[in-house]
Write a new protein. Structure first.
Length: 269
């Protein structure tokens, strides 16, 4: 899935990368397009059959400075407490790399992007209005959210659970665990304060693509729109929007999906 995504973005891999078996992602060659920077919004592991290979390739891209890695709840299993069970456990080399990234600041809670179409905050699960106010002290720019996000990492608030862990919606859920359709989007719909910047997230989707069912509070459905070809869900709040980009990958890739592309962008972490 990772190779497929990068090829869609113009990365050219050596033929060895297309071998069915035995690809050594530590050494396989590739050409990286000038100006391309990827922000991966977490759950890098446990998606597809080769988590170790993905981690080894991303380790090279992080060293090049062309990749920003956000922490997701699946990475939390290796860098923090094991708060949920998952059938797969990655190889020791992959878990060691994840812990090293986290310790060295190569894997981060969020990224701010200044793009042609505005100011964006990217997190794994999305930022609720409650966490924006109580956890981040109401930043007006995405870039100003980064320092309090780092503090939330240090004091553990980053991992504050929501409906996926507790079964109860909580509009103060942290940006790793907040669920899009029942916590993130409704919190901004209820808010008297307009959303200060655009957002993009992974982790959950307000529309279950394979079942063709909404997983969102009914009263916010008029504010949601679908891009079926890309499997993106967009929540519109005034002149701001939140784009959910969880297409439903599992061990196999989703049948249709595309990355979110922000033009003329500068990434801050």
């Amino acid at each position: 899935m990772l190779r497929d995504m990068l090829e869609r973005l113009g990365v050219a891999f050596d033929p060895a990368a297309h071998s069915a078996t035995g690809v050594d992602w530590r050494s396989v060659g590739f050409e990286w397009p000038e100006g391309l920077h990827v922000v991966q919004v977490g759950d890098l592991v446990h998606r597809g059959p080769d988590s170790l290979g993905v981690v080894l390739l991303v380790d090279r891209l992080l060293a090049r400075g062309v990749w920003t890695q956000l922490v997701g709840n699946h990475e939390q299993l290796y860098v923090d407490r094991r708060v949920f069970d998952w059938a797969e456990t990655v190889e020791a080399a992959a878990s060691e790399a994840l812990r090293a990234w986290w310790g060295e600041g190569w894997m981060v809670p969020g990224a701010a992007v200044e793009a042609a179409d505005g100011d964006w905050l990217l997190t794994h699960g999305g930022l609720t209005r409650g966490f924006w106010e109580q956890g981040l002290w109401r930043p007006s720019r995405a870039r100003d959210a980064l320092a309090p996000l780092a503090e939330a990492r240090a004091d553990g608030a980053l991992w504050f659970p929501g409906s996926m862990l507790t079964g109860r919606a909580d509009e103060n859920a942290g940006p790793v665990w907040a669920e899009a359709g029942v916590e993130v989007y409704p919190s901004w719909k209820r808010a008297e304060t307009p959303m200060p910047f655009h957002q993009a997230h992974g982790h959950s989707t307000a529309f279950l693509w394979d079942r063709e069912q909404w997983r969102a509070e009914r009263w916010i459905l008029p504010d949601l729109s679908l891009d079926v070809a890309s499997r993106h869900v967009t929540f519109t709040n005034g002149d701001r929007r939140i784009v959910g980009i969880d297409p439903g990958h599992g061990r196999a890739p989703a049948p249709a999906w595309a990355p979110l592309i922000l033009r003329d962008a500068r990434v801050h972490t």
